[in-house]
Design a binder for this molecule. Structure first.
Ligand code: 2HG
Ligand code: ZN
Length: 471
């Protein structure tokens, strides 16, 4: 393999090929510690041409390529997997360039390795804002967010990453560059690369840059944490709030078990109380004018009042951020509890029709009880997107089979925003027909005949590996 590593050194420079196992380890293990494998090297290209040369070489040599951004993925799609052909991790972090903000088109061009936080800070400095935001913003990258069609808290207002990509530049397995960064708001000219690549999880091409949409920067904000008697009441309340609160930016759901863990982690009392069968909803509003009256009037209106058990409203920046911590930092709280237990959390990111969320949480609770695991549910209420975290779980396959099976029966999806990766590939048949999967495999084969791009990911056929830890 030394000769192969030397080839990559000749393309990207010796400093940008990491082959020391100790140095590579951080790129070979996902941040939860749940997925890991071994790469021949971590290759860090600095230009689209270098990506092209590396991919062409990998195709010729039959070396698999796992594109990686901030390595914040949760489904094993961004790290090597055990067994199979030799692979490299293609770290895109050197693609950290951000173009000038175009306030006329409300767009900016960003490299695949730009973090969500850097994108947001850059946009804000120019008096604009970014439509996608989530807790891993300091490490998660544009390339990864496109690959997984990431969502987060602002989806309710602006949609997922797919809707933000006005243009894309990507490199095929052959080494050829495709796409356009023109960002034309209107064009009908056949195949639309952003549509094809958003959500393709590094299996069709490697994204190098994207032309991204921006949204207005609203200086005024209000946050309310509301307790309801049930998730069904929370859904009813959300419908009323959406109807009258035009500034609504986020409606995040925190079930009592998630509130308990975050309260312990923050060491702060929750300012509102919910019954044990109830739930918490974090409403966040932003606007040009103070949205507080709009939100509080909506919560106090005749239809809404009986649904609200308790509420706390924060308007100044420090109070808001302290309130938002009760939602934003749940993943961190779960990671810390998992570290104490000595076993990574088992995470299922799912979505189901709003009317069925009660059923879904009931199913997940029963499944957790049966396993002896502790269920921590929270998520994005408007999309019916629940993050079902299981702490101390033993039988991951049984949990996934029962929960994902029920999700499919309810008309939902087995992945709302984290992707399929390798974790959920065996369950794809629950939500996709054989014809869907065959068409997807055919597109993949056409663009990547040697099958080098992220093998195993989004692939429901049994893996050629042994010892893969998950699902
Ligand atoms: C969030 O919404 C992220 O905070 C992470 O999607 C969810 O940790 C998780 O399960
Ligand atoms: Zn989420």
């Amino acid at each position: 393999m030394t000769a192969v590593v030397d080839t990559f050194r000749s393309i990207v420079g010796a400093d940008h090929v990491l082959a020391d196992p100790d140095v590579c380890r951080g790129h070979e293990t996902d941040w939860t510690g749940r997925f890991q494998g071994t790469a021949t090297a971590v290759v860090r290209p600095g230009s689209t041409e270098e990506v092209g040369a590396v991919l062409a070489r990998c195709t010729a040599l039959g070396i698999s390529v796992i594109a990686q951004g901030g390595n914040t993925g949760l489904v094993g799609g961004g790290v090597p997997r055990p067994g199979g052909r030799p692979c490299i991790v293609l770290s895109m972090l050197r693609f950290a360039d951000l173009g000038a903000v175009d306030t006329q088109s409300m767009q900016v061009t960003a490299g695949a390795g730009v973090t969500l936080a850097a994108w947001r800070d850059h946009a804000r400095r120019a008096g604009t804002d970014t439509p996608v935001d989530f807790a891993a913003r300091d490490s998660a990258t544009i390339g990864g967010a496109i690959a997984t069609n990431a969502g987060g808290s602002r989806v309710l207002r602006y949609g997922t990453m797919r809707r933000q990509v006005a243009g894309i530049e990507a490199v095929l397995a052959s080494g050829e560059t495709v796409g356009s960064l023109a960002g034309l708001p209107k064009e009908t000219a056949g195949l639309h690369w952003p549509s094809l690549l958003c959500g393709s999880e590094g299996t069709l091409a490697v994204v190098t840059r994207a032309r991204l949409r921006l949204v207005p920067l609203f200086e005024q904000a209000t946050t309310a944490l509301v307790a309801t008697r049930s998730i069904t009441d929370a859904v009813a309340l959300l419908a009323l709030v959406r109807d009258s609160v035009t500034s609504l930016d986020a409606a995040e759901v925190v079930m009592p078990a998630a509130m308990e863990i975050i309260v312990g982690h923050l060491g702060r009392r929750c300012p509102v109380e919910a019954p044990s069968a109830g739930c918490f909803v974090m409403f966040d509003c932003t606007d040009r004018f103070d949205p507080t009256d709009q939100l509080t009037a909506a919560l106090a209106a005749d239809g809404a009042r009986p649904l609200v058990v308790d509420a706390a409203v924060a308007t100044d920046a420090t109070q808001r951020s302290r309130l938002l911590d009760f939602r934003d930092r749940i993943t961190e709280a779960i990671a810390s509890a998992a570290t104490s237990l000595g076993t990574p959390p088992f995470k299922l990111d799912v979505a189901a029709p709003l009317a069925t969320l009660d059923d879904l949480i009931d199913t997940a609770s029963r499944v957790a009880d049966h396993d002896g695991a502790r269920l921590i549910p929270f998520g994005h209420l408007a999309e019916g997107n629940l993050h079902l975290n299981f702490l101390g779980a033993t039988d991951h396959v049984a949990i996934a089979a029962a929960v994902l099976g029920r999700v499919a029966e309810l008309g939902g999806t087995i992945s709302a925003e984290h992707g399929i990766g390798i974790a959920k590939a065996p369950w794809l048949h629950l939500i996709r027909t054989p014809a869907d999967l065959a068409a997807q495999a055919a597109v993949r084969k056409a663009l990547d005949p040697a099958g080098i791009l992220n093998p195993g990911v989004l692939d429901p056929s049994p893996p050629d590996t042994s010892g893969t830890q998950e699902p």
